[in-house]
Design a protein around this ligand. Structure first.
Ligand code: ADP
Ligand code: ADP
Length: 232
């Protein structure tokens, strides 16, 4: 589903070249929950930005469902990116819009009719468990509810891949578990492929099938969660 081949990203800094992602090769299977864990500065954010086409690699390639993200631009990149959706640590909601209008936003951009949008938003609100909160504004929601809006919005246009950027890092432990359970539920019900980055071991242990450990831009270990984290 997702293929990273010898992927590298170098930044020019005042101190010379900085290799943020260093020759990463990995693939994420259809329907898998794949975690990338590492300390701050390991290169996780750069990797996820390469995955969704926000950054261009210095070398190597990113392919999602057979379509190369890394070398595409314009219409081809837009069409490749329609398969990919993302949720964020700080939710990135539109603060002046209600819950249902936040979720409806990507549908509006996609040119979906008002009637169809209403129907789809209702389905999504049920899916993420926000029934009754349709008219609330983000500032009236708890952190967990905000992330539920983020998830519903990300799913609106039926993506094939959901990227999660530290999606539970701003939440308390109990809310974290509820959101992780929702992600597992969505993965099972919709067969959605999930790739997440995190610095939290708990997130990996709780929901990931496989994990890659990043250090200084490189993947230093990769395997099933049991293989990597089971201490003998
Ligand atoms: P993580 O998400 O694991 O904390 P990042 O991908 O944010 O890691 O950063 C990896 C390295 O790349 C860090 O040393 C960071 O300072 C550097 N870096 C990230 N983005 C840029 C940029 N736009 N310009 C220069 N250096 C960057
Ligand atoms: P928009 O609704 O177009 O995003 P705003 O001016 O409402 O524009 O918000 C701009 C940004 O400010 C938001 O994307 C968010 O990051 C931040 N922000 C606004 N209101 C809040 C809030 N109540 N809590 C946290 N962040 C906020």
């Amino acid at each position: 589903m997702i293929q990273l081949q010898n992927l590298s990203k170098t930044f020019q800094t005042s101190n010379g070249q900085l290799i943020a992602v260093d020759d990463v090769t990995l693939s994420v299977e259809q329907g898998e929950i794949f975690g990338i864990i590492g300390y701050s500065g390991a290169g996780k954010s750069t990797l996820i930005r390469l995955l969704n086409g926000l950054e261009k690699p210095t070398s190597g390639s990113v392919t999602v469902n057979g379509q190369e993200i890394s070398s595409s631009s314009g219409q081809a990149l837009r069409s490749a990116r329609q398969k990919i959706s993302m949720i964020f640590q700080h939710f990135n909601l539109l603060w002046s819009r209600t819950v249902e209008d936040n979720i409806s936003f990507p549908l509006e951009i996609a040119g979906i009719s008002k009637t169809k949008r209403k129907e789809r938003v209702k389905e999504l609100i049920e899916l993420v468990g926000l029934t009754g909160r349709e008219s609330a504004f983000p500032s009236q929601l708890s952190g967990g509810q905000k992330q539920r809006v983020g998830i519903a919005r990300a799913l609106a246009n039926n993506p094939e891949v959901l990227l999660c950027d530290e999606a539970t890092s701003a939440l308390d432990p109990e809310t974290t578990d509820q959101i992780l359970e929702l992600l597992v539920d969505i993965n099972k019900r919709l067969g959605l492929t999930i790739a997440l980055i995190t610095h939290e071991m708990h997130v990996i242990r709780k929901i990931c099938h496989r994990v890659a450990v990043m250090e200084a831009g490189k993947v230093v270990e990769m395997g099933s969660v049991l293989e990597i984290f089971q201490t003998p």
